[in-house]
Design a binder for this molecule. Structure first.
Ligand code: DLL
Length: 441
């Protein structure tokens, strides 16, 4: 295992490095980004007033809205000729959010991702199959540069074309596979449908992220592919993948790259800090970025943080796995629930395949949720290729019961035949909002 010095440093050492870098970032944004300079001036502050990490809280939070209001380049801190790359996140509505990188940023990001891949089991000289999408999305190129920096033989396959993915895995014999968990599940099932055993392939480690996934989904992927699967977190506004990475030793929370990012957890309603160990919205400040430094960015992601020494030897703060986004939380008859929590319990039912969707509908003035689940191929075949009426009724009430007992929500359930729920081509679509359509005349 390769451990970088900072990953095992004492807390005061980590914090003094963070403070030094925070002061540099504060000076940079004050000098170069009018949006942030205004924040200082409106509060009668100067970057020299940041004397401790806690002083950061004197500055306001930055939101996705702020990024959209300054579309495309309004929050960049360097001249265009100093930049070498742009990424953007598609967003579900309105303009995308655009982020930029200098050559140093690309280099630094590559080192962060290299560290993350090494943490998960990647080794120089072995092969990494990168099935994250290449393009404006940060997943493909983010993992790519990190993998090369680590000295791995990088296969830039991107998403799509399952048959080609399978041939390349069979022929190039990668030890590491990267992709969204839902897409890699789709890949594993396609291999099975060809009568082959995905666990017999060369793969040993999986680096999965870009969407919430449950521990049960981890079990499914690990068993199907015969790998150790770890969670990678990141977002384009902060840099891309690599902001935090789970170690295979504990598989219990993700180590934040604290020498590059400062993490806070706030209550999304009151904006007050959450006590250690309690879930809230993650907020990040970049400490080493040049082109697109970001101060106190509200991610919308729900998780908690925990300090202490991990069984892998690292001392960097760990964030829990992301439960979901603030805006993906469903309130069903007064109960708050995230799709990833439902996933955990659904995957305990062997009659079901690990695919599901939540359809939001309108019934009169009320919002309703219908959970779509898919019967597994094995059970479908056992019912002689035709799911009888009784069987469906039985399974439907079983799923309803599980949701009621484990997630404490009552909801409509619709059991679908194998392959009826659309398969992931990247980030899985778990919530389908049909409410707009419902109110059309
Ligand atoms: O998804 C960056 C990334 C690429 C991370 C590849 C990991 C692997 P965006 O497209 O900007 O960037 O989307 C960021 O995705 O705010 C979370 O809501 C979600 N997300 C990312 N990683 C995880 C994860 C990339 N490990 C948004 N668990 C974030 C849960 C995740 N959600």
């Amino acid at each position: 295992m390769i451990l970088h010095e900072i990953e095992t440093a004492a807390r005061d050492q980590i914090e003094s490095l963070q403070l030094e870098r925070l002061q540099q970032t504060a000076s940079l944004v004050y000098r170069s980004v009018p949006f942030y300079r205004n924040h200082f001036e409106q509060r009668d502050l100067h970057p020299d007033d940041i004397r401790s990490l806690a002083d950061l809280k004197m500055l306001p939070l930055t939101t996705k809205r702020d990024l959209r209001d300054h579309y495309p380049f309004g929050l960049f801190a360097v001249k265009q000729e100093e930049m070498v790359r742009i990424h953007a996140s598609s967003g579900t509505s309105g303009k995308p959010t655009v982020v930029g990188y200098t050559r140093n940023d690309i280099d630094m990001w590559g080192s962060i991702v290299a560290r993350a891949i090494a943490m998960a089991g990647g080794m120089p000289g072995s092969v990494l199959h990168n099935a994250y999408g290449y393009g404006l999305f940060t997943g493909g190129l983010g993992l790519h540069y990190g993998s090369e920096k680590l000295g791995m033989i990088t296969v830039p396959v991107s998403g799509g074309n399952m048959d080609r993915q399978i041939t390349l895995i069979e022929d190039f014999k990668p030890s590491v596979i990267c992709g969204t968990p839902s897409y890699v599940l789709n890949l594993a099932e396609t291999i099975e449908s060809q009568g082959k055993d995905p666990a017999a392939l060369s793969l040993e480690y999986g680096i999965f992220g870009a969407e919430p996934w449950s521990d049960k989904m981890r079990d499914t992927l690990e068993n199907k592919l015969g790998i150790k699967a770890c969670d990678i977190y990141g977002l384009s506004e902060v840099i891309g993948p690599g902001v935090a990475m789970e170690c295979p030793e504990s598989q219990d929370g993700l180590h934040v790259a604290e020498d590059h990012f400062l993490i806070e957890v706030i209550n999304p309603d009151t904006l007050e800090p959450m006590p250690e160990g309690e879930a809230g919205e993650l907020v990040f400040t970049s400490l080493t970025k040049e082109a697109f430094p970001i101060i106190r960015y509200r991610t919308g992601d729900i998780a908690s943080i925990r300090h202490g020494k991990c069984s892998c030897g690292r001392t960097t703060v760990k964030m829990s796995r992301v439960k979901g986004r603030v805006d993906d939380m469903l309130i069903i008859r007064g109960v708050n629930v995230f799709p990833s929590e439902m996933e955990h319990y659904l995957l305990e039912l062997e009659e079901l395949a690990p695919h599901y969707q939540l359809h939001l509908k309108k019934k009169g003035p009320l919002d309703t949720v219908e959970l779509h689940v898919e019967v597994s191929q094995k059970f479908f075949e056992r019912a002689s290729g035709d799911i009888g009426h009784d069987y469906i009724l039985e399974l439907t009430s079983k799923v309803k019961r599980v949701m009621k007992n484990r997630c404490l929500v009552s909801m409509d359930v619709s059991v679908r035949e194998p392959k009826e729920i659309p398969r992931s081509e990247g980030k899985a679509i778990r919530i389908v909002d049909l409410r707009e359509e419902a109110v059309l005349p």
